[in-house]
Design a protein around this ligand. Structure first.
Ligand SMILES: O=C(O)CCC(=O)C(=O)O
Length: 189
């Protein structure tokens, strides 16, 4: 990542609504929904196998392996639209990324619990692009502090420090689908 974009500085996370204009965001959402192979993963909790409450996919430079929640996510290359978006993040924001994780929330019961993105070799900056239904995202700057709320809109970009706890809670509101893309940089091993 470029040094002038320093996660953790005052004013973080940085929220940029309309980073993608409506036609671009609409087209990207439709293409990702149709063209990506989405996976339903499981994880183990106290000896029980549980289903991850969302669909996932990932792309990145060949050879990278993003390991989280005990599972390997090996990268074999880029889908063309994601390669273009990665380039756009580089040209417009100066970000250098080599991996993107995609999460697809089918309805309000799909969610992501509190977690940090600070696995070994994971650089702090995470560039999060949201498509589809607006969902509330929470960040917790420091232990004991109240969480900050972000209503992440279609086409928005949020730059966050992955070391800070964050979550996307379930909602009882009737919400349509949402796709989230988080571009990251993982040190190649
Ligand atoms: O869907 C979101 O906005 C959150 C994604 C997230 O927290 C992650 O990928 O680590």
């Amino acid at each position: 990542m470029q040094p002038e974009i320093e996660p953790g500085a005052t004013g973080w996370p940085l929220y940029w609504p309309g980073f993608l204009d409506q036609p671009a965001a609409d087209q990207l959402f439709l293409r990702l929904r149709e063209e990506i192979v989405w996976q339903s993963e499981t994880f183990s909790l106290y000896g029980r196998t549980c289903r991850v409450p969302r669909l996932v996919s990932w792309f990145g430079d060949p050879g990278l392996n993003y390991r989280y929640t005990g599972a390997d996510h090996r990268c074999t290359g880029w889908h063309p639209v994601l390669k273009t978006l990665r380039q756009e993040l580089h040209e417009r924001c100066g970000l250098v990324t080599n991996l993107v994780l995609l999460n697809r929330y089918r309805h309000g019961q799909d969610s992501m619990g509190w977690h940090t993105d600070d696995e070994h070799g994971h650089q702090p900056l995470v560039a999060s692009i949201s498509l589809g239904s607006t969902r509330r995202f929470l960040t917790r700057p420091a232990a004991g502090q109240p969480s900050a709320r972000w209503d992440l809109e279609h086409g928005s970009l949020l730059l966050l420090d992955g070391r800070e706890p964050h979550a996307l809670p379930k909602t009882r509101r009737p919400v349509a689908e949402r796709i989230n893309l988080t571009f990251r940089f993982l040190e190649p091993r």
